[in-house]
Design a protein around this ligand. Sequence first.
Ligand code: THU
Length: 133
Amino acid sequence: MEYQKLIDNALAIRKLAYVPYSKFYVGASLLTTDGKIFNGCNIENASYSLTMCAERTAIFKAISEGYKNLSAICVVGGFDIQKVTEYCYPCGACIQVMTEFCDSNFKIVLYDGNITKIHSLKELFPHIFTNLT
Ligand code: THU
């Protein structure tokens, strides 16, 4: 399947999530338009609001390495470190960050351990905030 590699990467990196507070393990695997993959996990902090989501970890890794053209991200999450059983949608903060770098056709790939669901960014966030003209 087209996004199998992203799913495999997201499932693998979620095991590295640093989640002593929520115990909710999230992994994200981001595909650039030129085929490069950046993976990220969530990283929590004792000062809770400093937590970084998996999606933003992956996106910031890509941007900081010079890759700004992004085509898809797979997100997987759940409490069981061994397997996922539910879909994990990106939070509003991460979707807002996606709108900064991704066009409305950017794909968000979700996996519940069984069936893959694919949404466009426009479906999840039809009316974006921007102050660029
Ligand atoms: N989390 C993510 O990594 N991505 C999301 O889109 C939603 C939430 C993380 C943040 C926190 O470490 C844990 O999941 C529970 O909210």
